[in-house]
Design a protein around this ligand. Sequence first.
Ligand SMILES: *Cc1c(COP(=O)(O)O)cnc(C)c1O
Length: 875
Amino acid sequence: MKAIRRFTVRTVLPEPIAPLARLAGNLRWSWHQPTQQLFERLDPKQWRRSHDPVALLGSFNREQLHELAADKDLVARVREVSEDLDRYLTGARWYQGLGAEAPKSIAYFSPEYGIASVLPQYSGGLGILAGDHLKAASDLGVPLIGVGLLYAAGYFKQSLSRDGWQQETYPLLDPDGLPLTLLREPDGTPAQVELPLPNDRVLLANIWRADVGRVPLLLLDSNVAGNDDAARHITDRLYGGGGDHRLQQELLLGMGGVKALRIFQRLTGCEAPEVFHTNEGHAGFLGIERIRELMDEGLSWEEALAAGRANTVFTTHTPVPAGIDRFEKLQVAHFFRAGLAPNVPTDKILALGEENYSGGDPIKFNMAVMGLRLAQRANGVAKLHGVVSRGMFAGLWPGFDTDEVPISSVTNGVHVPTWVDPRIAELARDKFGSGSIRERHWDRVYDVSDAEIWTLRRELRGNLIEDVRRRLRSSWKKRGATDAELAWTDDVLDPDVLTIGFARRVPTYKRLTLMLRDPARLKALLLHPERPIQLVIAGKSHPADEQGKRMIQDLVRFTDDPEIRHRIVFLPNYDIAMARTLFPGCDVWLNNPLRPLEACGTSGMKAAINGGLNLSVLDGWWDEMYDGDNGWAIPTANPSTATGADALFSVDERDDIEAAALYDLLENHVAPRFYAHEAPEGAGAAGPSEPLASDDRLPHQWIAMIRHTLANLGPAVSAERMLEDYVRGLYTPACSSGREIRANRFAAARNLAAWSTRVHHAWRDVAVEHVDSLGMQDVPQIGDLVRVSAFIRLGLLSPEDVCVEVAHGKVSEGDELLETSFDQLILKEDLGDGRYLFSGEVQIDRSGSFGYTVRVLPYHPSLASKSELGLVTNA
Ligand SMILES: *Cc1c(COP(=O)(O)O)cnc(C)c1O
């Protein structure tokens, strides 16, 4: 029989164990071992199956609940853990030691969040990063409020057909079974966001609240009774559908998200955010909603734009142009004309996303471009990605050299308590006392013996192998195999063989199948008689990406070969739960993207904090953190360009070269070091399955690399380091700009807007008319001073509106300045008629070719960078 109606009955817990409900409701349990152990104690079997506190509590009947409530020890433990949560939620942490210049509250917008398996609202790295951002903010006491969407089906679940083709299913989530609470008005009705849609329709959304430690996360849900069917489906799935569907999701996220925040402020009395952080372009419409608010307060478009930009931070996450959301301008106009932002001129909104630079498409609306124009501060997610982003968006700042494009970088990090295996955390605790997994203690790993490290690594590998066997068997059953056929899965993988992991989404640039370039060579590595390797592979392809699915199929077919299937496996449905066993269990984490298309990559970081060594192309984070002793670098055939015209090699040649380099590294460097079980007095090297007798039959060099990795990468890759970088480098400066621009009823916003309008109009008359230099010898020498005089025409502008600079440096063959430095020239004389003399001295600080030029830039104290307005006049 089928039920005609379904609802979830919330458990009412007896008073002595009532705090379990709040322990289950705050996602801090997902990275807090003692809370997990408490839930495990309630019903170990059920816990191991689900790892879901809400489901666990819901599974007890009244009788069982009363039994639990009568258990004195348990009740005491519940109280202790609950008190610990109180201390965690209210105590002063790192952020509370900062001064009053730190923002009182920060709003963080992201289209996806990967926090825990019980809340599957992510597709890959972007979401996991957002989850780690919230958790690290919570641990550090950073007053963040997250904003996102609640997708009815999250992302898809992946399985395989018999012939290895990706299958997708979209099981619906029941919000009542999730660790969420509905935001309600004082009268008990759900608090709702309302947006007008074309044709007199409205879009309503409920607001769910998740608690990520100290950080509230607001998730908008359009699946509500007052909506028509189409509106109800807007939040149906993550990145589902194209065109209008996606656009409506992003309008709800950005514009609806700000409205949700305002409702949340009203209902809870929390501080208004002083900084808005847009995690990738999808949430960019938040800037329009804020401009709408400001214009409703009486500011003009220009003033509202200046005020909104001042405290907005935009983070770009992709160096792949195809990874950026673009809509038709007409489509965007269609929605705004319905009254989404009634007093905001639609043509101004459209201009924000316009690709009005060479190579741009005049009919498109580009979300990243809008993100950059709506934020006074922007960043990429690794140093190399900063460089690539400055090049990619240079068209928005014409006249500037690429390295002056105002996009900085903050390298991503990972939330250590989430991603470090409990056994490593426990070892650290045993050795160094409580709290020792915090960054400053990483170097104590030098006090742990080789034998202890190696024993633990073997245990983690063994743990992964158990999980692999279980998953593989279940995958084969879905593919139609019977138990009788599957006896072989019990012996898949060997706990003493060098284990290599590769798991991530499957866009083309990540090159899942590079390892298959020479199948015979890979096979030989897998079946090497003394030094075999084994591979664990996973990854989902976007449902619309046929090429990705074909790569998965090629790989799965390769792994199906009976000769090698005990040494290479593909596991379907890569997710947080799998990842948490996979990272610790792998000796080596492999990454071979097409440089420089991996913005940062974080999975290698998660491997590193568990003692895994990275074997990776020098891309993303690895480009800045590889030091020669913490892993291996796969050389790149076309180092500076992925697909550019100046590539040395064709795509095929490039893949051949890079795959060959990968095989060589594995065969000649990685495997020999792993199996170099150095024995005393000339005894032979141990084979893969030989038991380890004593400390002096261990791969000491390998273990030294593990130690070095933990000690050095541990602190560098942690999300706490990332959060501190954001707070110091972006949030606090953005907050200061925001406060200044708002002071005295937006006096500075009005001033900046008026100045900027004036400068834009007057700029075409600005010119460097003439430059003289004095003191230049026939044969200049290092240390010589050159006196530079520049005759500048400013037209209607005055000298205070500009900064005149001499730019000097090395000169390339094409007369381009390289390694440029800038010195400001000083106003010497008003020559009348809007003409001025500026001068100053330059010291020749290098031998070889030397050159200089003069340029004029707009100057205003409210600008965050010299290039901000995109105006410059070069000599
Ligand atoms: C870390 C992680 C990712 C992101 O990995 P990248 O290396 O950034 O591609 C994706 N999915 C899951 C489940 C993860 O844990």
